[in-house]
Design a protein around this ligand. Structure first.
Ligand SMILES: [Fe+2]
Length: 734
């Protein structure tokens, strides 16, 4: 991988490739300037992570990048100003117009170069087939030096013990049983593999010992045979022994009958003993309670069965005693989301033990004058090892746009020090949201750190997590879910954490997702029959839909009916005037440039077949997706047809895929490659390893929306764009 990156970097720097590693890429989209930068210092840092490499020194192009950084700041200042004035925007139209390839940060300039493809395949790029290629890369390689060193002069004690072990007791009457343990071929192999002469000598000694043991066994068997074959006499009678298996052909019928009678008698005696014995004699000869002894034995103490004793009511039966659990109702995994009304906020948390939960809250720090009781749900399905007591409190009648303090009280425990700002319901503001999918419990750490700082700024209205949360919420019996929810707590206690399901939420009928989160217009805990909702924010109408209806039992017809109804209402003259932007978000993309064989890589995409026509006819302006662990922004597109190469009054939805928050599918690099040819609709894409990040979406006003993608590792904005629409209406009716 480092070779690939080096080649690409050097190629770009020396001008072999048509455009440099996008130190300054500026795209003019209908007079709206987008700036893309890759900081060479950052790239050097990234490359260092893959081994010793040459880090490029500052060059004139670097200076250019610096100057454009400043330019970017100007752009930001401008963005926060009155950007609804098109003339101001158009004054920025003096930048170079760059083609698609320039507006792309990628390592695929030599697409089709087998060597490069091979190098990529060597990396951990998330594609199964490629992972397999990597796994097999070592086959046929010359052995490393270390493997040529002969093994040290030591005896493999485990192996030697195994040689002498007699685990094959069923063959006790077989003469060769011990030879079965002494596989001379194995011994020879061991010697060939690196055993020394000493090793071999010890092996020979052990063989001699084993032969001696066999000899003794032979002698014992011979002695037994000479004594009339009464082997059973030397065997201690134990319950369940098959006394009828008498192989002594020399016995008379009378003896045999007597023997059988004797066996029957013994069985009867055993049965009577079990029936009449006091409880302490349940196991013959032990004098101690049978099950109790077993459960209380030292070897029974383990993590899987942590029983501490045996509860026995004195009637010969009972049950294991579980460890005495100290009740712990300390709330954790605390997060908030918007409710059905703007004046509501939903607060959720989990505890180890069950308690009575409530939320106390009020305006101004330390004011907890209001209180609301929490609902409770026992959460086991898909969570048998996680915290199983989940609470949900709906705070109502909040004053819009006011900041509230809140604390959670559960049983004897409480958690305080949290604040949120109630949802704004007015139109004259520019809500900004943090947007990402596919974060992962561990893989999303870089994104999580920066997002935590973002949440503290107070400038964001909410988070849109576009599916795929912990990889997976149910993994390790839900412990992954617990861990993930605690990791996002710093964000999700401040900002409404709005979600949609991804493919990593499918297991257990989506129950871990539907229990851990509560979304508007749905019961809690939810069901897979209703995993979609909408809300208004500023000048936008947001729709959360489920792409998973096309891959699971979740009813796609139900969602489709709901979408038709919701979009029809959103398109009423009044609503489309108040909230002209319609922004939908769902997990799996309809289009993508990735080459991993997912649904979006084929024109037969199920999600596209299911929703594209509807979204086009209802004039959905922007569709935010994830699932692919990369970033891609598309030109307006419909039915695989490019509908323009700018964002001035687009004539079809604009798709943005922001699924690069981190994922968690592999240790280390997690990315889905885009090595193949891209569609004409691909405006910008970024997928290099380490390019984890998230998006910022701002609904500036009725006609302007701003989008930018941020690199988690350094906070750099790698892509930004204005989308301008003056005539929001169903597409195809021009
Ligand atoms: Fe996914």
């Amino acid at each position: 991988m480092q070779t690939l990156l080096l080649l690409l970097l050097l190629s770009h720097l020396t001008g072999v490739l048509p455009s440099p590693v996008d130190t300054t890429n500026r795209t003019d989209v209908g007079g709206l300037v987008q700036d893309h930068h890759i900081d060479l210092d950052w790239l050097g840092t990234l490359l260092k992570g893959f081994g010793p490499v040459l880090v490029p020194q500052p060059t004139p192009s670097r200076q250019s990048a610096v100057s454009d950084d400043a330019d970017d700041n100007q752009s930001e200042s401008r963005a926060n100003g009155d950007v609804g004035d098109d003339s101001q925007l158009e004054s920025r139209a003096d930048a170079d117009v760059s083609d698609d390839s320039q507006s792309e940060i990628r390592a695929d300039a030599n697409v089709g170069d087998d060597n490069q493809s091979e190098s990529i395949a060597d990396a951990d790029v998330g594609d199964n087939s490629q992972s397999e290629s990597r796994a097999g890369a070592g086959v046929g390689d010359p052995p490393k030096e270390a493997t040529l060193i002969r093994k040290p002069l030591s005896v493999d004690s485990d192996f030697l013990e195994a040689l002498l072990a007699n685990e094959d007791e069923e063959d006790i009457t077989g003469k060769d049983w011990n030879y079965g343990q002494l596989n001379h071929d194995d011994i020879e192999n061991r010697i060939e593999e690196g055993a020394t002469e000493n090793y071999a000598a010890e092996i020979e000694g052990l063989v001699a010992n084993a032969n001696l043991e066999n000899s003794r066994t032979d002698d014992a068997i011979a002695a037994t045979e000479s004594s009339g074959g009464k082997i059973s006499e030397s065997v201690t009678a134990t319950p369940g022994q098959d006394f009828t298996d008498d192989k002594d052909e020399g016995n008379t019928d009378a003896d045999e009958s007597a023997s059988l009678n004797s066996v029957e008698d013994q069985d009867t005696e055993i049965d009577n003993a079990i029936d009449e014995s006091p409880e302490e004699d349940l196991v013959l000869g032990t004098g101690t309670p049978a099950i109790s002894s077993w459960y209380n034995s030292e070897e029974f103490y383990d993590d899987l069965y942590p029983y501490t004793g045996w509860e026995d009511p004195g009637e010969g039966w009972g049950w294991p005693v579980l460890p005495t659990e100290v009740p712990d109702t300390t709330p954790e995994q605390i997060h908030i989301s918007w409710g059905n009304a703007s004046s509501q906020m939903v607060v959720m948390w989990s505890t180890r033990s069950r308690g009575i939960g409530r939320v106390q809250y009020g305006i101004a720090p330390g004011n907890y004058s209001q209180e609301v009781a929490a609902e409770y749900s026992y959460f086991w399905y898909g969570n048998n090892e996680g915290l199983q007591h989940v609470y949900r409190a709906v705070l109502t009648d909040l004053l819009l746009n006011r900041t509230y303090s809140y604390k959670l009280v559960c049983g004897e425990e409480e958690r305080s020090g949290f604040q949120f700002t109630a949802k704004r319901d007015d139109l004259d503001w520019s809500p900004e949201l943090l947007v990402y999918g596919d974060m992962g419990r561990v893989g999303g750490a870089p994104s999580l750190e920066r997002l935590t700082r973002e949440a503290e700024t107070g400038k964001y209205a909410a988070v849109l997590h576009v599916g795929d949360f912990a990889y997976d919420l149910h993994t390790q019996g839900g412990k992954y879910g617990d861990d993930f929810m605690n990791r996002i707590q710093e964000i999700a206690t401040k900002l409404a954490y709005m979600t949609c399901p991804g493919n990593h939420e499918i297991e257990f009928d989506f129950n871990p997702y539907l229990t851990r989160f509560s979304m508007p217009q749905s019961a809690w805990p939810g069901s897979m029959d209703k995993m979609w909702y909408s809300f208004n924010l500023g000048r936008a109408h947001f729709i959360s839909y489920s792409s998973e209806v096309y891959f699971t039992e979740s009813p796609e017809e139900e969602q489709y009916r709901w979408l038709v109804q919701d979009l029809t209402e959103a398109n009423s003259a009044e609503n489309r005037t108040l909230h002209p932007w319609i922004i939908a978000f769902g997990h799996r993309p309809m289009y993508c440039s990735n080459v991993d064989g997912d649904d979006c890589t084929t024109p037969r995409s199920k999600v596209r077949a299911g929703l594209e026509d509807l979204f086009y006819r209802q004039g959905v302006d922007i569709i935010i997706e994830a699932h692919e662990h990369s970033y891609e922004r598309l030109w307006p597109v419909y039915n695989y047809t490019l509908m323009g190469t700018d964002y001035r009054d687009p004539r079809a939805p604009v798709h943005i895929i922001s699924g690069a928050a981190g994922c968690n599918e592999f240790d280390g690099v997690c990315i889905n490659p885009m090595m193949g040819p891209k569609g004409p609709w691909s405006a910008f894409r970024a997928w290099l390893p380490g390019m984890y990040g998230y998006g910022r979406l701002r609904v500036q006003n009725s006609s302007h929306v701003h989008w930018e993608q941020v690199l988690a590792v350094n906070g750099q904005v790698i892509d930004s764009a204005w989308i301008v629409q003056h005539h929001h209406h169903p597409f195809g009716e021009e």
